[in-house]
Design a binder for this molecule. Structure first.
Ligand code: ADE
Length: 415
């Protein structure tokens, strides 16, 4: 099947981006050496639907080195980088994606990437899984199983499994400790601010920053906002997380109250209708909004478009909405993931860890082909631990080991 690319001539720029991250993904380099020899994916087709930027491309190449025939597509219409997609295709990976895909094109690209009838899928957000389960089960004929990268995708998977509508095994990579403790917290904490700062070119210090959602991603964004001198307000519906936010030193309040005082709003909840028109109409003149949750449903963007007297581009990736009450508010990156739609995603060293979990979980699926029942699985703890060991060694950190006596002591009931 032919690649679907916006412009193949962009490949040289994409290859530069891939080489740059390659130099900053040491765990991938360790795995590459082993995969060159062992070829754990020989004869297997792997379909990936992940934000198609340089770290994802590096991972697709790693899977190919391991013997897989790799089919790559995006998982969000605005996060695909056309130069990276073109560059990746030169490595012999089949690529089906372009930036700014319409909803229909996006769907077609996913179907194209699944048309090989993959043995393994690597999903981010759950769209590949949904197609294989609900629309095109014929394309799941060869499927051993798959992995899910993100919080939203894991929620969807667990809901599907509870309804007995998941006919194959899926590993929840998001729930590994080496994923959420670092990617969700430090990755999102940095990449969200990178996206906001490069898009707005405005100061963070002194602003009232409202963060909706105090999961691992929200915690990261709030921590970094505080570090840059913002006055941080957290909105959260889970009482335990709300207490945590308060004890971490943040103001905690309802969105209706935060809307009155916020200068910049970031939604990271995984839910919908977090900021609605009711909130928006009470916001300060010039308030800015963006989203870092997987789907573009956290801010009522469609309603904003309907109700605005005027909508115009204020700056690249920033739209101004002027309402009849005379106020203008701003929306970044169309309400899609600001760190990917208006940035390059998480730092390379972070994705190195997350994608090591992906690749090793895919290897686990390959080794256990036919042995795993349908349903959701955790990343095997030995994989989590192995990634932590490789991360420490790549950081040049050595840690103590338990002596035999210490081991016996902490595993004994006698104290
Ligand atoms: N780059 C590739 N996938 C990503 C993700 N899920 N989050 C942030 N950056 C990424």
């Amino acid at each position: 099947m032919e690649n679907i690319l916006r412009d193949a001539s962009l490949a040289p720029e994409g290859i530069k981006k891939i080489n740059w991250v390659k130099a900053h993904m040491p765990i991938a380099s360790i795995l590459e050496k082993r995969f060159e020899e062992e070829k754990p994916f020989l004869g297997l087709k792997i379909t990936m639907s992940i934000h198609l930027e340089a770290k994802t491309a590096r991972t697709a190449i790693l899977l190919k080195t391991g013997g897989a025939d790799v089919y790559a597509t995006g998982c969000n219409p605005l996060s695909t980088q056309d130069d990276v997609a073109a560059g990746l295709a030169t490595y012999g990976v089949h690529v089906f994606a372009w930036h700014g895909a319409t909803a229909e094109e996006y769907h077609d690209h996913l179907i194209a990437a699944l048309s090989c009838k993959p043995d393994i899928i690597i999903d981010d957000g759950g769209d590949l899984t949904q197609i294989l389960c609900d629309e095109r089960p014929d394309l799941a004929e060869n499927l051993i199983g798959g992995n899910e990268e993100t919080t939203t995708g894991v929620h969807r998977l667990k809901a599907r499994a509870a309804e007995n509508r998941l006919p194959f095994p899926m590993i929840c990579v998001n729930d590994a400790q080496m994923k959420y403790l670092f990617d969700n917290r430090y990755g999102t904490g940095q990449s969200v601010w990178d996206g906001i700062m490069r898009t707005t070119n405005l100061i963070v210090a002194g602003k009232n920053v409202v963060i909706a959602g105090y999961g691992w991603c929200g915690k990261g964004a709030a921590m970094r906002a505080k570090g840059m001198g913002a006055k941080v307000i957290v909105c959260e519906i889970d009482p335990i997380k709300a207490v945590e936010a308060a004890m971490d030193g943040f103001e905690v309040m309802k969105m209706a109250d935060a809307a009155l005082v916020g200068d910049l709003f970031i939604t990271i909840t995984g839910c919908r209708d977090v900021i609605t028109m009711e909130h928006i109409l009470t916001m300060r003149e010039g308030a800015m909004m963006c989203n870092a949750g997987h789907f573009d449903v956290e801010i009522s963007v469609a309603e904003m478009r309907k109700r605005a007297a005027e909508v115009y581009e204020a700056r690249r990736n920033i739209e101004a909405f002027k309402f009849e009450n005379g106020k203008t508010v701003y929306l970044l990156a169309e309400g899609r993931l600001v760190n990917l739609a208006a940035g390059d995603g998480h730092p390379a060293e972070i994705m190195d860890t997350s994608f090591a979990l992906q690749v090793l979980s895919a290897e686990y699926l390959a080794k256990n082909a036919g042995k795993l029942k349908k349903g959701v699985y955790e990343v095997p703890p030995e994989i989590d631990a192995a990634v932590a060991e490789m991360k420490l060694s790549s950081m040049g950190i050595e840690i103590d080991k338990l002596t035999d006596e210490q081991y016996r002591y902490i595993h004994s009931s006698n104290g």
